[in-house]
Design a binder for this molecule. Structure first.
Ligand SMILES: [Zn+2]
Ligand SMILES: [Zn+2]
Length: 279
């Protein structure tokens, strides 16, 4: 992908754009959190909106009310902490119902455990509050036969998106199957973004052998342990994968690690507020 120094917009001339509103970890203060905007032609998809997501959108010149298509990858607040604001401004400012792409099971989790407290009782009818579907039009991804990791797909206009489950949390999860819900995405069968994940041996090779990605964006942290992939672990990725992989979701002290990232043969650290464009 080409890095382009240009402002982002929710539509373009047809190139596939990846624009990270932020590339920082959950508690980063110098960087916005890792939330991604994908744009192609007239279509856009916002992937995650963390606690600082609305602020990061504003910094990119975009209002929360303009977001019409949203995909949450998992329930940590650096990914869904701003969804209440997306919900409220859609209903009460823009007065429209944007689409959210998620399974029925995860919709229940997101509503009951994250959104309900601030969204349910802004209105009341016959003693009942609002529901998820008063704010959002849910769209169910459909399973992709033969795709590993619970692969599912949906289209946003001319954008094709596939999701796959990742092993992110709890730390003790032995595979994606016994982990909490979290997904990565594949766009147009060209570009993969892992979302949050621990180092998961074989995951990229398995998906790359199927799709032969042009570029990959992978979770990283600069210290071992916990629920993210460390740079030390990612060193084990095959060289042909490393050379097309940008690292993302890192801490504030990133400058200290840039040389190491290059020395290990990665494409580099992802830059926030930068258009990555594929023609
Ligand atoms: Zn995160
Ligand atoms: Zn997370």
């Amino acid at each position: 992908m080409q890095m382009e120094r240009r402002p982002v917009a929710l539509r373009n001339d047809g190139a596939l754009w990846f624009y990270f509103l932020g590339c920082g970890g959950a508690f980063s203060k110098r960087l916005y959190q890792t939330n991604l905007l994908v744009v192609k032609g007239p279509d856009h998809l916002l992937v995650d909106c963390g606690t600082r997501g609305p602020e990061a959108l504003s910094a990119a010149g975009i209002s929360t009310t303009e977001i019409a298509h949203f995909l949450p990858t998992h329930s940590h607040a650096d990914h869904v902490g701003g969804v209440e604001e997306l919900s409220l401004t859609a209903r009460y400012v823009a007065r429209h119902k944007p689409k959210m792409y998620l399974s029925e099971e995860y919709q229940a989790v997101l509503w009951e455990r994250t959104l309900r407290g601030g969204c349910e009782f802004n209105e009341r009818f016959d003693g009942k509050g609002l529901t998820f579907e008063d704010y959002w039009e849910p769209v169910r991804p459909t399973p992709v036969p033969g795709m590993p990791r619970g692969g599912a797909t949906f289209n946003v206009g001319n954008l094709n998106v596939k999701t796959f489950r990742t092993r992110h949390y709890p730390q003790q999860a032995e595979s994606w199957r016994d982990a909490m819900y979290s997904v990565g995405i594949i766009v147009d069968e060209r570009i993969l973004y892992t979302g949050d994940t621990q180092y998961d041996e074989g995951m990229l090779a398995e998906l790359d052998s199927r799709y032969a990605f042009e570029s990959i964006f992978h979770d990283v942290q600069f210290h071992p342990g916990g629920i993210h992939a460390s740079l030390e672990q990612l060193e084990a990725l095959p060289a042909d994968i490393r050379v097309k992989t940008y690292l993302v979701h890192y801490g504030d002290a990133w400058e200290e690690h840039e040389n190491e990232v290059a020395r290990l043969g990665f494409r580099g650290l992802t830059r926030q507020q930068t258009v990555y464009s594929a023609p």
